[in-house]
Design a protein around this ligand. Structure first.
Ligand code: EPZ
Length: 415
């Protein structure tokens, strides 16, 4: 298993371009199941989760050619409507095939993703949404089986789940008539999916707000699409620079996708300014402690909570971080403590009393973003940190060691 070896204390300087978004790329690739025509998706990050998605599409019967950042998906054979456990267990987002396949073929069978390191993560909101559109569901041998001809409907979520919003949008895009989703997720990735569904021939309005209207068509056509820049990679790099010190320009980064994080960073003392097509971040010494609560977009994103905790570990004062999206997304706290952070976790809150310096240690990544948090801590720490289980980080960050090395960090991958 690969490890990262990081010698901390170097300031980061220079310019880097933000990669395409993993969490926008995944549903968009899956949405190509809605048509038999060819689709070309550009700016796709080369990541483990995207490779798993490609394998899922191939298993279902698509032909996928991946060249650099461009993925071409064509119809190879009659699509299968069964997403098997060996793929779903590697990537929970596989549940997103349920909506498009059910809408097109009136049946789908998807292995149920179990819980994961950060929470229980049930899929009830997806299922209730599809049932509201006319599906019948049963669970058998660990799979969820959905049957029925979907009808345009009014779907109201009990919580604005990102995945459930995407699933229902895709299902609604493939049936004639108007479906209205209320209490929908408002994440930028939803807007990107809406843009793609519109280029396939559906009519989606309201994406980015909590009410989305989808006017679907039974036959959608092929399209080209460029995936938006990854706001979580952006957030992680903003925090890395703010914690380690330095001055970096992040090309393609979008301020409006990260308002809550940028607000907290500015309060803590970092300087963030828009550039022609991105953001510039300048660190300014030890940050002030600033408390945050994770929330659905446009609130503070749970996916940068771990890197933010690493940043707050060296702040002046005490910060409280409340994690309101996932039940157990604080596994990084104990690893940060190994580096000298003073963190106490109680229920859904973590209390961080900032220390002047973290010190390098051997630590382990428990999920993608926990791993990113450890990188941020290691860049700011004195001495050497060795991060194990880097495969978690590789699920969501494209060659992050290369990006950081280019900016002056002392980081290498041990194979
Ligand atoms: C998406 O996951 C992202 N994944 C996650 O990114 C991100 O953390 C999350 O949204 C929240 O922003 C992708 O886009 C592929 P949710 P998703 O459904 O869709 C509960 C990363 O590191 N819930 O909005 O699975 C759920 O348990 C990750 O890149 C139900 O109870 O998130 C969680 O507590 C990990 N029932 C909360 O809602 C459901 O049916 C938010 O989940 C669905 C969700």
């Amino acid at each position: 298993m690969d490890e990262f070896v990081i010698d901390g204390g170097r300031r980061l300087r220079g310019t880097t371009r933000i990669n395409g978004s993993k969490n926008a790329g995944l549903p968009i690739l899956i949405a190509t199941l809605l048509t038999d025509d060819p689709c070309i998706i550009d700016n796709v990050p080369r990541l483990r989760d995207i490779r798993t998605t490609v394998r899922l599409l191939e298993t279902l019967g698509k032909k996928v050619v991946w060249s650099k950042k461009k993925v071409t998906i064509t119809h190879a054979k009659q699509l299968s409507t069964h997403a098997p456990y060996d793929i779903v267990k590697q990537m929970r987002a596989s549940i997103l095939v349920a909506g498009p396949l059910l809408a097109r073929f009136n049946k789908v069978r998807v292995s149920l993703p179990g819980g994961c390191a950060i929470g229980l993560r049930p899929v009830d909101i997806h299922v209730v949404g599809l049932e509201a559109m006319g599906a019948k569901s049963t669970t058998t041998e660990g799979d969820i089986v959905l049957n029925g001809q979907l009808k345009p409907s009014k779907v109201k979520f009990r919580f604005p789940s990102v995945g459930a919003t995407e699933n229902i949008m895709m299902a609604a895009a493939a049936i004639e008539g108007k479906t209205v989703i209320t209490n929908a997720a408002r994440e930028p990735e939803i807007e990107d999916l809406a843009d793609f569904l519109n280029s396939l021939g559906a009519r989606v309005t309201g994406a980015g707000s909590s009410k989305i209207t989808v006017e679907g068509k039974q036959k959608l056509h092929g399209a080209k699409h460029k995936v938006i820049a990854d706001r979580i990679e952006t957030g992680t790099l903003l925090l890395a620079v703010a914690a380690a010190g330095g001055d970096v320009i992040l090309k393609d980064a979008r301020t409006e996708h990260l308002t809550a994080l940028i607000k907290a960073l500015k309060k803590a003392g970092a300087k963030i300014t828009p550039t022609k097509n991105g953001l510039r971040v300048q660190a300014s010494g030890r940050p002030k402690a600033v408390s945050v609560t994770t929330e659905p977009h446009p609130g503070f994103p749970t996916d940068v909570q771990a890197p933010y905790m690493a940043y707050m570990s060296i702040a002046k004062g005490e910060a409280r971080i409340r994690e309101a999206i996932f039940e157990r997304r604080f596994l990084h706290a104990a690893e940060l403590a190994r580096m000298g952070a003073r963190v106490a976790v109680s229920g859904d809150a973590a209390f961080i009393t900032g220390v002047e310096n973290l010190s390098g240690a051997a630590v382990m990544a428990s999920d993608i973003r926990a791993g990113a948090g450890l990188i941020v801590a290691a860049l700011a720490a004195k001495g050497r940190t060795v991060i194990g289980r880097v495969y978690h980080i590789d699920r969501g960050y494209e060659q992050i060691e290369k990006v950081l090395r280019k900016l002056g960090a002392n980081i290498r991958r041990l194979r």
